[in-house]
Design a protein around this ligand. Structure first.
Ligand code: ARG
Length: 450
């Protein structure tokens, strides 16, 4: 493509080092769509005839079919998807093919292709997120009233329900969808026409190109347009944060499925056995999700690092943007799909949940609230209940069986009523709190929303 200035062929190792066709081939449809829009704009600019345009369009469509059917031979000598397609086109249609690259550079071309690619992937990612929300929501509906301890520091804190716990993840995933939607706005801007870095002396109708490709608008600075990779970084971040959420969910499920907790059982289809220990049923999907989150972070950091020291405008370092992008998209899509299936098939062991939630210490805060309602300042109430808890721990008498009236005159005979778990849960009616009624209302709200 640049033989005019060069006396020697590119060294084999340089070719091997610099090729991107082994992975950027997957942008072939985007590249072809961009080329057709670019060619159409050339007709308007007078640099292509209608006939030449038709030959280009037909040639590109044929190439697209060949790639789809696996008949296209990619060559690493042609480095990337852009040159592979352009070269095949020229071989196919001759002179008109050699005119396609007028007023275009691979710099604006690759920026256009990756934007189209990101845009196309944001939609299925969003759908997969909604499906996972749906699976969580179904479980939340079924177990809206199943009481479990809520934890801080992985120590039992206060009673919540399985439904409330799972809906927390529905919230997180919804923010993830919001981030993807927001990122999509900045992705969907058309850089084509920015040329290598300074536009072109041949004036293409950039708005027409953008319209044809479904972009919301055109970029407004050619230097920024061809070297900007913010949209990829944003998408990688949005995906990394989905990873954080999935990883936390994984960790919860790993705990829930342990003999120590026993709150949940994953289906045989979504667990694995041990080659040595016959009794084992391991939550590998959860562990893989937790582990793969590391890749999602790594991909984000790889791109940020590749971009950070670059002077304007294009530098070849930017070719390193695609592998992290593709890897995160592949990794996350599969993670979302397998987690959706796994959650849908998960069983909750209500008895184990209830047994754990029946620990009267979960209602120590409620006991302090009881004292507050009797006029004791909260700090003092906290201390009084703390003393009662210490007495309970020391004597081995459960908190709800201590004679609290002996501990302080602020306790009445009705203090014991605090330890009715259902009443305690039902009292948590503030917006966002886990009374069963609230949780059911939230389930309904999410059903409408999704
Ligand atoms: N394969 C290249 C990339 O992904 C395309 C752009 C090449 N531009 C250039 N000036 N060498 O970045």
């Amino acid at each position: 493509m640049w033989k005019g200035r060069f006396a020697k062929a590119t060294a084999d190792l340089v070719q091997q080092y610099g090729e991107s066709i082994s992975y950027d081939w997957r942008m072939y449809r985007h590249d072809i769509a961009g080329s057709i829009a670019h060619a159409r704009a050339q007709v308007k600019a007078g640099t292509l005839t209608e006939d030449e345009f038709s030959a280009i369009e037909q040639g590109l469509r044929d190439i697209e079919k060949e790639i789809e059917s696996g008949d296209f031979e990619f060559s690493i000598e042609l480095e990337d998807i852009h040159m592979n397609i352009e070269s095949a086109l020229t071989q196919k249609i001759g002179a008109a093919g050699a005119k396609l690259h007028t007023a275009r550079s691979r710099n604006d071309q690759v920026a256009t292709d990756t934007r189209l690619y990101c845009r196309e992937e944001i939609d299925p990612l969003t759908t997969h997120l909604t499906e996972l929300q749906g699976a969580l929501l179904k479980q939340a509906e079924q177990y809206a009233a199943a009481v479990i301890p809520g934890y801080t520091h992985l120590q039992r804190g206060q009673p919540v329900t399985v439904g409330h716990h799972l809906l927390a993840y529905v919230e997180m995933l919804d923010r993830d969808k919001g981030r993807l939607a927001d990122c999509r706005k900045r992705v969907n801007v058309c850089p084509l026409g920015s040329g290598a870095l300074a536009g072109s002396t041949i004036n293409l109708d950039r708005q027409q190109i953008a319209d044809e490709l479904g972009f919301d608008r055109v970029t407004t600075n050619s230097m920024d347009a061809i070297s900007d990779r913010d949209y990829i970084a944003e998408l990688l971040f949005a995906m990394a944060l989905v990873g954080t959420h999935l990883s936390r969910l994984s960790e919860d499920l790993i705990l829930w499925c342990s003999s120590e907790f026993g709150f949940a059982t994953l289906s045989d289809a979504h667990t694995t056995g041990s080659s040595l220990m016959p009794q084992k049923k391991n939550p590998d999907v959860c562990e893989l999700t937790r582990g793969k989150t590391g890749r999602l972070y790594g991909n984000l950091v790889a791109l940020l690092t590749a971009a950070k020291g670059l002077p304007l405008t294009y530098n070849r370092d930017l070719q390193e943007d695609k592998e992290p992008l593709f890897d995160s998209i592949d990794t996350l899509k599969l993670a979302l799909k397998v987690n959706t299936e796994m959650i849908a098939d998960m069983a909750i062991n209500v008895d184990a949940c209830e047994a754990a939630a029946s620990d009267p210490l979960l209602l120590a805060t409620d006991l302090a609230d009881y004292l507050v309602k009797n006029g004791v300042p909260f700090r003092q109430a906290h201390e009084l209940v703390g003393q009662a808890v210490a007495a309970s721990v020391d004597s081995g008498t459960p908190l709800d069986q201590l004679d609290l009236t002996q501990v302080s005159e602020h306790y009445g005979a009705d203090a014991k009523e605090v330890f009715d778990l259902q009443t305690a849960l039902a009292a948590r009616t503030n917006p966002g709190a886990p009374s069963v009624e609230n949780v059911k209302a939230e389930v309904t709200r999410w059903q409408d929303e999704l």
